[in-house]
Design a protein around this ligand. Structure first.
Ligand code: NAP
Length: 252
């Protein structure tokens, strides 16, 4: 019998589960794909750049689909082709930085299409399949502290993440009776290619760092571990939350 303080062996935690991860090519999505594969899940990776998917396939032996999630019809067709899915991580996201006064409709619409609409479309395909199979399931939407805070140049992005948190709550309310849990994770700056683009100015990054009580940015693996927690049975009564992974940023 294992001691109550023993660290659980998680290598088979998700054995037999199929997890679909969008934006699995880089950053947080890739770290999540690696972690879920290491914990026994079969990873189904959706992303845009075929090269990233090829290297991920070689690394973890996943199924891979190259698709532009901004294209609603392609997103739906790919999500349907990927079924059956037990666990879903809506992670793909873009940040097109523009001052509010100059934010253009094209950038705003693309941001909403990738960051919110694709999560709805892929979530619908997965939830329909989970309900038909009667299996239940778990969904994590990768949001941001930007859902709660207004960052300069991030108008479309902040609006999209607030929208994603709202969608998370509605999904949790409607899908809960089918045994499907839906939550968001809301990281602060996480050291990925996207963050390099948004926070590469040292003056900007030092100001941001000063607002994080833990005094550092987040590693993609730390977000992946939080996602895995929310997908797993230990979180079996957690649904509809927006869980910050922010070193205390939002507590200030
Ligand atoms: P990243 O390094 O830029 O990676 C994003 C991944 O999503 C890439 O593989 C990208 O593929 C894919 N993707 C983007 N648009 C796509 C589209 N239209 N169709 C299909 N795939 C698409 O970003 P990240 O930092 O890991 O961010 C992942 C998620 O975390 C996003 O939702 C982001 O908003 C959120 N987040 C990030 C931070 C941060 O500081 N990094 C903080 C809070 C929240 P391509 O590269 O091939 O386009």
């Amino acid at each position: 019998m294992s001691s109550p303080t023993a660290v659980p062996d998680r290598s088979e935690q998700f054995a037999g589960k199929r997890v679909l991860i969008t934006g699995a090519g880089k950053g947080i999505g890739r770290a999540t794909a690696r972690l879920m594969a290491a914990r026994g899940a079969r990873v189904i990776a959706l992303s845009r750049s075929p090269d990233d998917l090829r290297s991920l396939e070689q690394e973890i032996g996943c199924e891979a689909y190259a698709v532009d999630l901004a294209d609603a019809a392609a997103a739906r067709a790919t999500a349907l082709a990927a079924q059956p899915i037990d666990l879903l991580v809506n992670n793909a996201g873009i940040a097109r930085l523009q001052p509010f006064l100059d934010t253009d409709v094209e950038a705003f619409d693309e941001t909403m299409a990738v960051n919110v609409r694709a999560a709805m479309i892929v979530g619908q395909a997965c939830a329909h399949s989970m309900i038909e199979r009667g299996t239940g399931g778990a969904i994590v939407n990768v949001s941001s502290i930007s859902a709660h805070v207004g960052f300069a140049l991030h108008g479309a992005y902040c609006a999209s993440k607030a929208g994603l948190d709202a969608l998370t709550r509605v999904m949790a309310v409607e899908l809960g009776p089918h045994g499907i849990r839906v939550n968001s994770v809301n990281p602060t700056v996480t050291l990925t290619p996207m963050a390099e683009k948004a926070w590469s100015d040292p003056e900007k990054s030092s100001q941001m760092l000063a607002r994080i009580p833990m005094n550092r940015f987040v590693q993609p693996e730390e977000v992946a571990q939080t996602i895995a927690y929310l997908l797993g049975d230990e979180a079996r009564m957690i649904s509809g939350v927006s869980l910050a992974v922010d070193g205390g940023f939002l507590a200030r």
